[in-house]
Write a protein that binds this ligand. Structure first.
Ligand SMILES: [Fe+2]
Length: 311
């Protein structure tokens, strides 16, 4: 697969510098109300599939991505995230990469999260910010190992009886090998894929997975009228946010927690998503949604059902 390496050009370097100057002002009242960085939306989805193992009906996964720990992430937002992690109990925690804004920040983020998540099974994949240039991969692997977490890269680990969790390497800075994963998961009833950048899925014409969990796009991070001003995806808005179905498989893309380059979010609220797996006809239902942080208020969904058979 063709992998594009990310390099910091003059424009990105300038944005990084501007972002670091802006970050301390994010806590000011007026900016907090306009900027969406100090909010967190938690969503609980029930996901039903006929191939999900019956013995594991009700198994749950908490999906957290794109923390971007570092100078752009406020202490308040980090605390909001860890409080939500604790509140949303689950059978496993799946971390979708981009732990740090800079690769040097990623091991620090993992080191802080490790004791917070010590009683939970944690499975992670790398994001482009974690292994930028490829030279930080070993540092990341060491941090993950020291945390007691698992990191399947182009391979899979058992998730529950009859289901595996497959992990792909990052699309921009790594070397994703979906065919290696396909060979490994042959004969497995249900495959859940954890993959930082959904662009890696576009060339998989015949998916080996049933549901893929992705991040990277940050919901556009700064959007106007639902369109991103700048897209980190080579496919523009195709993988912007939320649920998609491509080639017979489902994809769920999270807005993530933090920001990249600039500490600004507009129309792309930070998200944490819990998925409750059910065996049954293909469909999904939003069980609960809540918003915390600036302007946040607890709210519960009425259990809206999204049944693909009805289009
Ligand atoms: Fe990211």
């Amino acid at each position: 697969m063709n992998v594009r390496k990310q390099t910091d050009g003059p424009a990105r370097s300038l944005m990084r510098s501007v972002g670091r100057v802006m970050a301390p002002f994010n806590s000011l009242g007026v900016i907090r109300r306009i900027n969406g960085t100090e909010r967190l939306e938690t969503l609980v989805w029930e996901y039903s599939h006929p191939l999900w193992p019956e013995a594991s009906d009700g198994f749950s996964a908490l999906f957290v991505s794109d923390i971007h720990y570092g100078k752009l992430l406020s202490r308040g937002q980090f605390d909001r995230m860890t409080e939500a992690m604790a509140a949303l109990e689950s059978d496993c925690v799946l971390l979708g990469g981009d732990f740090g804004e800079d690769p040097e920040d990623s091991p620090n983020c993992i080191g802080i999260l490790a004791p917070i998540l010590r009683d939970r099974r944690v499975i992670a994949v790398p994001g482009n910010h974690d292994i930028r240039g490829g030279i930080y991969r070993e540092t990341l692997e060491t941090a993950v190992k020291n945390a007691g977490w698992e990191m399947p890269v182009n391979c899979c680990v058992p998730l529950t009886d009859g289901a595996v969790l497959a992990g792909l390497d990052d699309f921009r800075e790594g070397d994703p090998d979906p065919e290696a994963v396909r060979r490994e998961v042959q004969g497995t009833p249900f495959v859940l894929l954890l993959c930082h950048n959904p662009d890696a899925l576009a060339d998989i014409a015949s998916p080996f997975y049933h549901l893929a969990l992705c991040g990277h796009t940050h919901g556009g991070q700064v959007t106007l009228f639902g369109r991103p001003i700048f897209s980190s995806s080579r496919y523009g808005g195709r993988y912007l946010t939320g649920w998609k179905r491509e080639n017979g498989a489902d994809i769920l893309i999270s807005n993530g927690i933090g920001t990249s380059l600039l500490p600004v979010r507009l129309g792309a609220t930070p998200q944490m998503i819990k998925i409750v797996f059910r065996r049954g006809p293909e469909g999904r239902k939003l069980l609960e949604s809540a918003l915390s942080g600036c302007g946040g208020r607890k709210q519960k969904s009425g259990g809206k059902t999204h049944d693909r058979r009805r289009g």
